[in-house]
Design a protein around this ligand. Structure first.
Ligand code: SAJ
Length: 427
């Protein structure tokens, strides 16, 4: 009997997941509170960008396996893939998860399975979802099955990673895990590792927390290197030749809605114990101001009054168009606070989302004293000095991603400054 799936939350994770199952024989009903998104999807149009999503959406709708609406429907299996952001005070905001769980209660029947895919603090299934699902009157673990299976795909490679990544499945009991493994075997070729729900929640959070702590270590090395006559990038590269060393890279800060978010779930749970985790978040969040101060000091060193900075890169990482939680926004804030004049440019952000942003590189570098590289887009890796030098007033380039061809810029008469390199340390 063909299974029916109800996917609640049609964003970066939910929509690709829904169409993937629909194109693998299941009947899928997608639900989202965003009526505009629902209308677009009904008409086989997209409200998010992802390689390969358009054609997969079209085939899912055309083969009659995918419907969408703003309310849930009865199904065999429910997947919840809604946002789990943090509040201003860095506490977890689980309202979306709670409301999505409540929204399916009227449609849940005996024998159903509910899977949470959202990245959440450990114990969310136990302490937030189960109390709501008890309202179905069904016996949890025998009449209603519940599990967590976190998504770890990377934007831009979602469909490839949905199939090939290993998956973690954590049920509230063994039968819940078994039923969940059975579902994902529909298309997952990676290994499926089974554990309990709380451990599965913990696994996803520590994957991202590991990266955040590692990046904070790299950022700390960058600051130390500037003081002791070392190029941190060179030192890290050489250290990583050790078979058991994998130090990440420095940068102007950590962006995105994952690495910069998930560690806070642990510091909230156990603030007294999550010391390295908390300090790492503070270190990474100190990098935008550090970058702005260093930029200002480059101007001061040259005695440049009322200097102008061409800020290149607004996306939170290279070659994507996502500005969510981007460190660049914080760098601009601190430059403004320091009274530094700037113009921002990012070829991947195709509409002006902030003031003093331009769609023209020439306009950004016009009369500029410093080019500040914040994101390692390919366009900046390939940027030639000749394309900008005649527009600039002073020839300084400050690269926070170690992505430009340094010798080319030096040969063109630029002062080349690299975050984490003492050669021209100024702080
Ligand atoms: N960054 C550094 N130095 C580094 C690596 C990254 O400063 O060495 C910065 C980036 O510039 C960016 C931020 O960190 O601003 C995050 O970039 P990322 O590529 O590490 O993370 P995401 O958010 O794009 O994706 C991560 C991935 N998780 C892991 O690598 C463990 C992805 O697999 C997850 O699916 C995603 O989080 C998620 O959804 O949780």
């Amino acid at each position: 009997m063909t299974k029916k799936l109800c996917v609640v939350g049609l964003g970066y994770i939910g929509l690709p997941t829904a169409v993937m199952f629909a194109n693998h024989g299941l009947y899928v009903h997608g639900v989202d509170v965003n009526e505009k998104a629902v209308e677009l999807i009904k008409n086989k149009q997209l409200h998010i960008e992802e390689n390969g999503l358009q054609e997969r959406l079209e085939s899912a709708v055309d083969n009659g396996h995918f419907t969408v609406g703003t309310t849930a429907e009865e199904a065999d299996i429910f997947i919840i893939a809604v946002p789990s952001p943090i509040n201003e005070d860095k506490t977890a905001n689980l309202n979306y998860v709670r409301e999505a769980t409540k929204s399916i209660v009227p449609y849940v029947r005996k024998g159903n399975l509910v899977i949470l895919e959202s990245t959440v603090p450990p114990r969310t299934v136990e302490d937030v979802m189960l109390p709501v699902l008890k309202e179905t009157g069904l016996e949890l673990g025998s009449e209603l099955f519940v599990s967590h299976s976190p998504e770890r795909v990377i934007p831009g490679k979602v469909f490839e990673e949905l199939v090939n990544n290993d998956r973690i499945v954590g049920g509230i009991n063994e039968e819940s895990s078994r039923l969940t493994v059975e579902l994902y075997k529909t298309f997952v070729k990676g290994n499926i590792h089974v554990t309990d729900a709380t451990t599965a929640e913990m696994v996803k959070v520590i994957e991202n927390t590991y990266r955040d702590v590692n990046i904070a270590f790299a950022n700390e090395l960058a600051k130390i290197s500037e003081k002791i006559g070392v190029n941190a990038w060179e030192a890290i590269k050489l250290a990583n030749y050790h078979p058991r060393v994998n130090i990440h890279l420095p940068g102007p800060g950590v962006g995105g809605h994952c690495i910069a978010v998930d560690p806070w779930f642990l510091t909230e749970l156990q603030p007294e114990l999550a010391k390295i985790i908390s300090l790492s978040r503070q270190t990474n969040d100190s990098m935008p101001e550090y970058t702005a101060l260093k930029t200002k000091s480059l101007l001061d060193e040259k005695g440049i009054q009322h200097g102008r900075v061409a800020v290149l890169g607004l996306a939170f990482k290279g070659n994507i168009d996502d500005m969510r939680e981007s460190p660049s926004t914080d760098v601009l804030y601190h430059l403004g606070k320091l009274g530094v004049d700037y113009t921002a440019f990012d070829p991947h952000i195709k509409e002006n989302k902030i003031e003093r942003q331009t769609q023209s590189l020439n306009e950004a570098v016009a009369h500029a004293d410093v080019i500040l590289i914040l994101t390692d887009h390919n366009e900046f890796k390939e940027l030639l000095p000749s394309s900008v030098e005649n527009h600039m007033r002073t020839k300084i380039i400050f690269d926070t991603k170690n992505c430009i061809q340094r010798n080319q810029w030096k040969a063109a008469g630029f002062d080349v400054v690299l975050l984490g390199d003492s050669k021209v340390s100024t702080l």
